[in-house]
Design a protein around this ligand. Structure first.
Ligand SMILES: Nc1nc2c(c(=O)[nH]1)N[C@H]1C(S)=C(S)[C@@H](COP(=O)(O)OP(=O)(O)OC[C@H]3O[C@@H](n4cnc5c(N)ncnc54)[C@H](O)[C@@H]3O)O[C@H]1N2
Ligand code: MOO
Ligand SMILES: [Mg+2]
Length: 430
């Protein structure tokens, strides 16, 4: 007698998997290799930025009070006693009636409190001495870039969980991080099961298809920020699949299988989970596609049985695996980014389960329109290449009409949602 599976509502299934304890490990990565990694610790400023008062212009460092009487008719001459570029410190003190020629980035000399831009200064030489004439009064602090004006010592400048993009790299470099504390990418094993699967470069044979899922999932893992590890393809054979699963579990944080998870004669994943002694959290979800998605834990490891049907496998990954990877990496918004859109065409098929329709999202007349992409079957593969979003259509007895407001989940945005599952719009009264 076939075991009856009880479907869990999607949000409960997602919540269940997100409850599992999981934490990223910290590793140190050379700054030049850290782009795209996630910061594992807060970064505090251990010095002011800039670390000293400096000139924002090429010009002359002066004492503002020497220019109180300056005017176009009565310019004030100042004796230029030195010239410094960025990287050079003027060692002395500037006295009454003196100035230092200074370039952008050089420290303000002792005694000076303002800078006159080169364009506003008239320079001349007299008896081997350099002078500059100032034709208007300057205020104390005019044209000074102050120590700490960018960031003060002790400020938390970047928070853990931040993606290291080039701007973050600049800040890390400013604070001397040659090696950066990053979250180690979780290692995620992939096993494709199926006696029908051919290597992707092999010519087609009767009854066989190419193993597209393994490549798809590995790309999804990489896109989410995990490290994909392939354990190849296994035929629909219990012993072979069991030993490949055991082997993979020796070195991964999370294991994904695709195929063999439903109720068919050659679907061995449910028995393998039993044999392993894994705790199965769900083996049916109230959704289409991906209703067969199965999730289990074995100690601290997570094992997912993803569907063999490509679109079901894809959706199962995005809803249940992606947020786990993003959580391990430390992102506060690990789920797919949710946005409101308007349905571009009718979707008349009613369904008791929540449906995730692969869709093209287009910006039209200042709003977002979602157009279902290609064949809407869980076995479809080509619709995946056009899809930039999933339209989330709650289950019910009626279909949906063009023009209705719907929620969509963005597939390629790195922004994310904290929890997209509340208040998914139904768009009709059932
Ligand atoms: N009697 C029932 N039959 C099925 C049920 C059910 O509830 N009762 N569920 C259906 C649903 S829903 C889905 S989804 C599929 C899930 O199937 P499995 O996860 O067991 O996957 P397989 O049986 O191995 O294969 C299904 C389908 O996918 C193709 N496939 C498999 N692996 C790959 C791959 N790596 N790359 C590309 N395509 C792959 C495979 O050839 C099959 O066509 O079960 C329904 N049946
Ligand atoms: O898991 Mo199946 O995708 O619901 O078609
Ligand atoms: Mg099957």
């Amino acid at each position: 007698m076939m075991e009856k599976r009880n479907p869990l509502p999607v949000q409960e299934a997602v919540a269940k998997i997100m409850e599992q304890p999981m934490e990223g490990r910290t590793e140190w990565t050379a700054l030049e290799d850290a782009g795209g990694c996630v910061l594992a610790q807060d970064i505090q400023a251990d010095h002011d930025v800039p670390p000293f008062d400096r000139s924002p212009y090429d010009g002359f460092a002066i004492r503002a009070r020497d220019t109180t009487e300056a005017s176009r008719e009565h310019p004030v001459p100042l004796h230029v006693i030195d010239d410094i570029g960025a990287g050079t410190v003027f060692g002395g003190t500037v006295d009454k009636g003196q100035a230092v020629r200074i370039m952008t980035g050089a420290p303000i000399p002792g005694g000076c409190d303002a800078v006159v831009m080169l364009e506003l200064a008239h320079e001349y030489e007299e008896e081997d001495h350099q002078y500059v004439e100032v034709k208007r009064p300057f205020q104390k602090h005019d044209n000074i870039s102050f120590q700490g004006e960018d960031t003060e010592q002790g400020t938390t400048v970047i928070q853990r969980g931040t993606l290291i993009h080039p701007g973050v790299t600049a800040v890390l470099a400013s604070f001397g991080y040659g090696q950066v504390p990053t979250v180690q990418r979780p290692r995620i094993g992939v096993i494709a099961t199926g006696s029908e699967l051919l290597p992707i470069t092999a010519p087609l044979e009767p009854g066989k298809i190419r193993n597209s899922n393994a490549y798809m999932i590995m790309a999804q893992i990489e896109q989410a920020g995990g490290e994909a590890v392939s354990f190849g393809t296994v035929a629909d054979d219990f012993e072979k699949t069991f030993s490949t699963v055991k082997e993979a579990l020796r070195s991964v944080d999370i294991l994904l299988t695709t195929g063999g998870v439903s109720v068919g004669d050659y679907d061995h994943i449910p028995d393998i989970l039993k044999e392993l002694g894994a705790t199965v959290h769900f083996n049916k979800v109230g959704m289409r596609p991906g209703s067969v998605t199965t999730a289990a834990t074995l100690g601290s490891q997570l094992i997912y049985g993803l569907s063999g049907n490509p679109s079901a496998c894809y959706v199962g990954f995005e809803l249940f695996v992606r947020p786990v990877i993003r959580k391990i990496l430390g992102f506060a918004a690990p789920h797919l980014k949710k946005r409101k859109a308007v349905l571009g065409t009718d979707f008349p098929k009613p369904n008791p389960f929540m449906r995730f329709v692969r869709a093209e999202l287009k910006e039209e007349n200042g709003g977002w329109k979602a157009y279902p992409a290609g064949l809407d079957k869980s076995s479809s593969v080509t619709s995946l290449s056009d899809a930039s979003a999933l339209i989330a259509l709650p289950g019910g007895t009626r279909g949906y009409e063009k023009g209705m407001e719907v929620d969509v989940l963005l597939l390629h945005s790195m922004e994310g949602s904290e929890w997209p599952w509340d208040n998914i719009v139904r768009s009709y009264r059932s």
